[in-house]
Design a protein. Sequence first.
Lengths: 305, 504
Amino acid sequence: VLKYGLRRILEAIPTLLGVCVITFFLVRITGDPAAFVLGELASPEDLARFRAEHGLDRPLALQFVTFITDVARGNFGVSVRYGEPVSALFLERLPATLELGLTAYIVAVVLGVGLGVYAGVRAGSLGDRLVRVLVLVGQAVPGFYLGLLLIILVGVQLSLLPTGGRGDWRNLILPAITLSSHSIALIARFARAQIQDVLQQDYIRTARSKGLGERIVLWRHGLKNAMIPLLTVLALQSSILFSGAAVTETVFSWPGVGRMAVRALITRDYSVVQGTVLILTSIVVLTNLLVDLSYGLLDPRIKYG
Amino acid sequence: MIMRTFLALLVTTSLILTIGPVFAAPSRSAITVGVPVDPPTLSPEETALAPVESIFSHILEPLVALDAKGGQTRPWLAESWRWLSPTNLELRLKRGVRFSNGEPFDAAAAKYSIEILARGGPQAVLIPKGLYKETTVVDDSTVRISLNQPYSPLVSVLARGGYMYPPRYHRELGKVKFGQQPVGTGPYKLRQRVKDSHIVLEANRTYWGGPRKVSEIVFRIIPEVTARIAAVERGEIDIAYDLPPTAVARLRRNQNLVVYSISGQRKFFVRFETNREPTPLDDPRVRIALNMAVDKHAIIKSLFQEQAQALPGQYLLPNEFGYNPNIRMFSYDPERAKALLARAGYPDGFEMEIQSTLGRYALDKELGETVVAYLQKIGVRVKHDAMEWGAFVRRRDADLLSNNLVGTLVPPDPHFIYLTTIRGAPRLMHEFPETYDQLVLQAAEEVDQKKRESIYMRLAVMVNSNPPWLFLHAPNDIYAVNKRVQGFTPRFDQILRLYDVTIR
């Protein structure tokens, strides 16, 4: 397992390097932060001085080498906008993003698996049809639209929950639903298909013919076997912790990493964009590795080589 | 089992993470304001953005104040001032004032702060290069500013950018850290700042003007405008700042809110590029024709729901110093516009390119599209390129640029606007005859208000007959305020100053 893990980590290096190259050059295509910081009326001399102060006047290749060397030393640079190290800004906002992301993830897993299993077991029933409609809506409605809809409906019209900001548990509900809606639909659809498939297997028929109760058949024999392919989907969905955060955090004024990244992108705060994308990619790569390793725990037949 | 452990772990982690710097509901004696921007700094040395100044203007104070309507300067930390000569301004400072950290506000502090203003930063664009000479301390409560040449708008520049810094504290912290933990003479002190979330100011008990009635002002950062509107409708915030015209009718139906829609300083126009290569725009008749081709009033009615006013064929609006009431607005007349084009030698029109911003200002893309449609009616075929702000700032190379001039930086003297239109100004797209530039410089030297006003009026005539812009409109500044807030007065410059508000 250790050898396998080590090999996977080494294999991730080219991926991260690719992300560095893409982010570094893409973010520079549409301009630099000088005009944002100094304003539209800044003179060409002021702009040139700013670029020189921040090393933006040096050849791109040289800037890239400096960036990569700094990253290798764990230094993601300093934000032009805040004048603070990117790592500090990231860590400052990480708890908010994790809080929202983890809540959304739990909601997605519990509701997604629950609804999927329910629909799978009662295929063709009214409940199953309702779940299928929910799945369709969940996958079709974009997050930002659902967020605004919830704010207007639940926040303003019904006055049940706060419309935004980070506060107590009530502030979490609407953004968590928004962030998890797509994943709930996806997990439910997949879980339903898996359960239906597993319930057709011979060993389920055998278990039933042995006289086992339906609950034991479902939980011990059905769900556990449906779990391995489902776990892959659950793991992939764990990236919702961050992937949907940019939109949801902006709509709900949630002070997290996603909102910082969006703002940095608009203002061409290169270091923040590069640092955030790189750290988030590393986290996703690491999560995928952990999930691959966890397969062995669920199914002892799986060997790592 | 594994699933259960996994879930338990997630729940525990989530609960642990919830314990962090979160936004606690403010007390009833606090005022909460929803602003669109998370300020990267809270120091006037580094920013001139109105939403940010709306926060730090409660902590730091200027030498000279501007009244809410914007026409008049009045004493603040400077009790009085007088011009000793056209290049020497003497200011007498208020005595007995202290910064909230205990440092005295005196002539040395004023000298230190004026030097910061003159040295650089965003406010320094208000002072032409090479103008500032020095500041001398005359006595404990008197300073003298010396210039290399006369510059009459200096007092209004001090009102816009002349904030006072505590020298010892500012030197110790440096520019960047001071922006994170500012200290001033103002009625409020910074208590808490959570980036991208909120900023809490608490009343300064030792404020020279006496403690304020509102004990706390909370600025909540809500960039999404729909969320800002929802928050004020629900009573989560007391004041919603920077709202779009489309929100006015709906918010006015809410009985708990008062909606203010006041004449704004930000001016929208299309700039003509005549400085690059020969173009039909070289002929002033073509530029006048283009001005006549666009129905500004229809745009204001349909697009901006009457929450804007048309620019009257000159840079300034009727309530601004230097406005010329004798100039007539370019009225909408497509037939006359076509005739003018024909007389200029373009009976079949011509082709052009226009660039506009996308999503930077309310309805900016729609505005660009509408202008294009109007121009097409008189035979001017325009290719429209709407782009995101960063790309727009970088490109800016079309014949026509749908643009705006940021009003909030501008002092109540229009000299700054004129400075952006003479030779030597960055990104100058249209040159006037040299007499225009000379008049602009002459206005700067004229200390007599009346004489300066008449120079601006002559300049307005030159602008009207040789328009560098397709004049469009100035959108209103819109605020929604909960009725429990009393004494709120919206200011001409978009800057909130909640010194005298109370809570019902």
